[in-house]
Design a protein around this ligand. Structure first.
Ligand code: M6R
Length: 587
């Protein structure tokens, strides 16, 4: 979480930093700030709040200087206040830093620094980095050496960039277990946590490895290991289409991304045949198969498990990424671990796959962000090809994961994959439920609780519907197996409680319909999502008839729209829900 960007330019840098910041705002958005250096002074403007508001009030883009760093925060240590916003400066304002990650030993370092007379201005863990670098720089008078010496004292995760009062021609950066990339331009170079921060200016990117340090000027990039030895690495070219990040005519990215799905499911289906075959062979040859992911990606993982077991007769364990280590007893050299992720930067997931690798397992991944840490650390990756997802809620990346998972299983069992145009047409048809869903959102926006139920292959969709509703509308929502209702939760159903019943035709249809009846008998308003109407439904949301493997994709559309429109009805910002961030890069 937190987005960082630094740039050394040959003209004013602040407007470039501001544009970059807005592109990484999805990483955290409770406060933001910029620091530049000019005429031997480091100038900092920062505040709590959203970037646009801070710019309007204080003019982040008006800072002078050609070298600068900037940050958009998702608070971990220290409340959401102006003082805790980054950049942080050292006592003598000789160094400024921006940081993404968690410094685990910050209290110990703070104590040591305080004993030496350092005065701290914030409650953050990050501020120690500025003080440490200043202290080292005072001794060694070399920005790179000072950065290395400071980085060596840090425990935890970090990606940071530092600015020096008396070296205005450069910035340094370092990373450990948090992403840091270099953008190589002709007259300007960048340090950033995401390629989106600089893609407008250059597509040439260097991915820093763990425990590397970089020095960037406007004409040069030098990388070092923690012993100060030079590391040679050539830039790779990333796709330019990432630059297209406009909302077009949509009010929010989330709505745009929901509506992109007829296209993105098709692009997700376009996998390189050889790679797909290799992926499938690795699963076939494994002694045991594990799936791991977090949040919405975990729900896609549950669907993959269902299909692997039911259709390919391959036993599979699915574990939340954050729980993986504690449940990895049986992971070994004969295992394949399949990791699913939009960002490829989720800290829990990276920890899980590193644990798996340590035990000798092969890591296969389904990931959207091509140059992400997950993609680089996996033995084999299938990309989701759905383009950048800006809205914090995972929408098109989820449906892309489902169709890629389907490709894998269909290939394993040698069955024919669905045709792209047919799938796109059905997703389009599911989107036509929007007016009905909008009306439902208007009717139930004031409710304090929502329930979502489904059975078998539709159970993960109940979890997914509830997660979307919680994160966008802030309404308490619970997703559960339809069979579980009568084991306790039914006690919470009262007159008017909305319950979304995900129930297309198929082997679980009749049983789920009985559960809907039980709910209705207790006063629930039953919102049915199905290809088959029923009198039991108070509201009916029609999705097209499809073969079972595709139903989660079609169910996802009204579930996403329901959460989105409820958020809009409640005047929440669906793109930037409170307390959250798109990439969860801390444990
Ligand atoms: O980037 P990832 O897919 O690894 O992210 C995992 C979760 O953080 C993510 O799916 C989160 O749950 C979404 N905000 C849900 O909409």
């Amino acid at each position: 979480m937190c987005g960082i960007i630094g740039c050394v330019n040959d003209e004013a840098v602040a407007p470039i930093l501001l544009r970059g910041l807005k592109r990484v705002e999805y990483r955290g958005y409770d406060s933001a700030g910029v620091a530049t250096v000019s005429e031997s002074v480091i100038r900092v403007t920062k505040a709590a709040g959203r970037i646009d508001d801070i710019e309007r009030k204080y003019g982040l883009s008006t800072l002078t200087g050609t070298t600068g760093i900037a940050h958009t925060r998702w608070a971990t240590h220290g409340g959401v206040t102006d003082r805790n916003a980054h950049p942080h400066t050292s006592c003598r304002e000789r160094v400024a830093i921006v940081h993404n990650g968690i410094i685990e030993n910050y209290l110990e370092l703070k104590k040591q620094l305080r004993a030496k007379g350092h005065i701290f201005k914030s409650e953050t863990d990050s501020e120690v980095i500025a003080h440490l670098i200043e202290a080292e720089y005072h001794q060694v008078k070399d920005p790179v050496k000072a950065t290395i010496l400071a980085a060596k004292k840090l425990k935890g995760q970090y990606a940071f960039a530092a600015l020096f009062q008396d070296a205005p021609e450069l910035i340094t950066g370092a990373r450990k277990d948090a992403p840091l990339l270099i953008g190589v331009g002709d007259t300007k170079n960048f340090i950033a946590s995401d390629v989106l921060a600089f893609i407008e200016y250059t597509d040439r990117t260097i991915f820093l490895d763990n425990q590397e340090v970089v020095k960037v000027t406007n004409r040069s990039v030098e990388i070092f290991d923690m012993n100060g030895r030079s590391v040679k690495r050539k830039p790779t070219q990333v796709a330019w289409e990432l630059a297209d990040l406009s909302k077009m005519d949509y009010a929010h990215y989330t709505l745009k991304e929901i509506h992109e799905q007829p296209k993105t499911v098709v692009s997700a289906m376009m996998q390189n045949e050889e790679k797909l075959a290799e992926f499938v062979e690795k699963i076939r040859g494994a002694r045991s198969v594990f799936v791991t992911a977090a949040g919405t990606s975990y729900h896609a993982g549950l669907l993959l498990k269902y299909r692997l077991e039911r259709d390919a007769a391959i036993r599979c364990e699915v574990t939340l990424a954050g729980e993986f280590r504690e449940h990895s007893e049986f992971v070994d050299g004969g295992s394949v671990v399949i990791a699913l992720s939009q960002s490829g930067e989720t800290a829990d997931l990276l920890e899980a796959i590193r644990e798996a690798k340590k035990k000798g397992a092969k890591v296969l991944s389904l990931v959207n962000a091509a140059g992400s840490t997950l993609a680089r650390e996996s033995d084999l990756t299938l990309l989701l090809n759905c383009g950048p997802e800006v809205g914090v809620a995972a929408t098109k990346s989820f449906t892309a994961q489902v169709v890629v998972a389907n490709l894998i299983v269909d290939n394993l069992v040698g069955s024919r994959n669905g045709r792209g145009e047919e799938v796109a047409r059905m997703v389009e048809e599911a989107l036509s439920s929007e007016p009905t869903v909008k009306e439902i959102a208007r009717m139930y926006r004031e409710r304090s609780d929502f329930y979502f139920i489904g059975r078998g292959y539709h159970y993960p969709m109940a979890l997914e519907g509830a997660l979307k509703m919680k994160e966008l509308s802030y309404i308490h929502a619970e997703g559960m197996a339809a069979s579980e209702l009568k084991h306790g939760t039914l006690a919470l159903i009262e007159d008017g409680t909305p319950v979304v019943v995900i129930n297309p035709r198929g082997e679980t249809h009749a049983d789920t319909l009985s559960n809907a009846e039980e709910l209705k008998a207790r006063g629930a308003r039953v919102i049915g999502i199905s290809d088959e109407p029923s009198e039991v439904y108070t509201h009916f949301i029609k999705i097209p008839r499809a073969k079972e493997s595709l139903t989660p994709v079609l169910e996802a559309i009204p579930l996403q729209l329901m959460a989105y429109w409820t958020a809009v009805e409640k005047r929440n910002d669906p793109d930037y829900p409170r307390n959250l961030a798109k990439s969860v890069t801390v444990k």
